[in-house]
Design a protein around this ligand. Structure first.
Ligand code: BJW
Length: 260
């Protein structure tokens, strides 16, 4: 019996045959934890959008404003907990021998849900970086005492250790995810508008390399027509049902009598 979220038995069987699986996530995977996505009406903060604040130019012109945005977000994330979508992805990892989680999110919720080694393409909101010495500093989950914060060693401004528009992604993270996308059998693309490059190219790399690419989103996106299937629904509902159907199918295959 197919489930109401569009998780058909045919789709589950196709995914269950994948030896190498990649999951790519975006802000939508954390929205059911109460973290707003970037785009759309909920993506605005004090009338600024991500494109106004997530740039080096914005930081240079008003570091306090940019830090206030990050403070607001860090406090919201500190109060949030992983949702069933994060947990389902962590469960999926446990059941796969060759698995990679690639996230555009900076919130750290995948690791808190039990994912062991998420590749963070856009950095992590819990770290800062000295703009002069490039040293990394861990940020507390309590409000910062000084805004904008300054490096204890050289006095230069600390910036959030995240990737802003016009900046390159961490090369090891991008290279590892590009290689995994080129070499996987299936990719799940969850909760991303697929508008921001180069992360948005990974599903297309996977598709062009012959992988089965499935998207989970509350709406169709820029890549929907270019991949195999879009499951319309909330990640926190679709993923648990997909992951448990996959586990059942794998278990059934393992108990089938071997024919010689
Ligand atoms: C659900 C759901 C539920 C909701 N269940 N689904 C013109 C000018 C300048 C730059 C460019 C330009 N044209 C192109 C560029 C390049 C630019 C780019 O792509 N821009 C586009 C916007 C046009 N890219 C870059 O600049 C990148 N760097 C680069 O290209 O470098 C080149 C270079 C090479 C060598 C040397 C130098 C340079 C860097 C991009 C960095 C992006 N950074 C941000 C901020 C990170 C830090 C922070 O968090 O503050 O990353 S922007 C923001 O967007 C964030 C996200 O990771 C990223 C992607 O967003 P995401 O995750 O897709 O979220 P949304 O909100 O867009 O979508 C949410 C989705 O969830 C929706 O589809 C919902 O339907 C869905 N959803 N609830 C399932 N419950």
């Amino acid at each position: 019996m197919d489930s109401p979220s569009g998780v058909t038995q045919e789709l589950v069987e196709r995914l269950s045959r994948a030896d190498r699986l990649v999951v790519l996530t975006g802000a939508g995977v954390s929205s059911e934890s109460g973290i707003p996505t970037f785009r759309g009406r909920n993506g605005l903060w004090e009338n600024y959008g991500a494109e106004d604040l997530a740039t080096w130019e914005a930081f240079q012109s008003d570091p306090e404003l940019v830090w206030r945005w990050y403070e607001y977000r860090r406090q919201m994330i500190a109060d949030a907990t992983p949702n069933p979508a994060h947990t389902a992805i962590a469960d999926l990892e446990k059941s796969c021998d060759d698995f990679m989680l690639v996230t555009q999110n900076v919130d750290g919720l995948h690791a808190r849900a039990g994912s062991t080694n998420p590749i963070e393409l856009h950095g992590n909101i819990w770290r800062g970086r000295c703009t002069k010495e490039q040293t990394l500093v861990d940020l507390p989950d309590t409000p910062l005492s000084e805004l904008p914060p300054r490096c204890k060693s050289c006095g230069a401004l600390i910036r959030p250790d995240v990737v802003w528009f016009g900046e390159p992604l961490p090369p090891e993270a991008y290279d590892a995810s590009y290689d995994a996308a080129s070499d996987c059998d299936a990719m799940l693309v969850v909760g991303t508008s697929a508008l921001v490059r180069p992360a948005s190219s990974l599903p297309l790399v996977a598709k062009h390399s012959g992988a089965f690419v499935v998207e989970v989103n509350t709406e169709y996106t820029a890549i929907s027509v270019l991949i195999d299937t879009t499951l319309i629904g909330r990640a926190g509902e679709v993923l648990p049902s997909l992951v448990s159907a996959l586990a059942e199918t794998r278990a059934a295959v393992q108990t089938e009598p071997q024919t010689t």
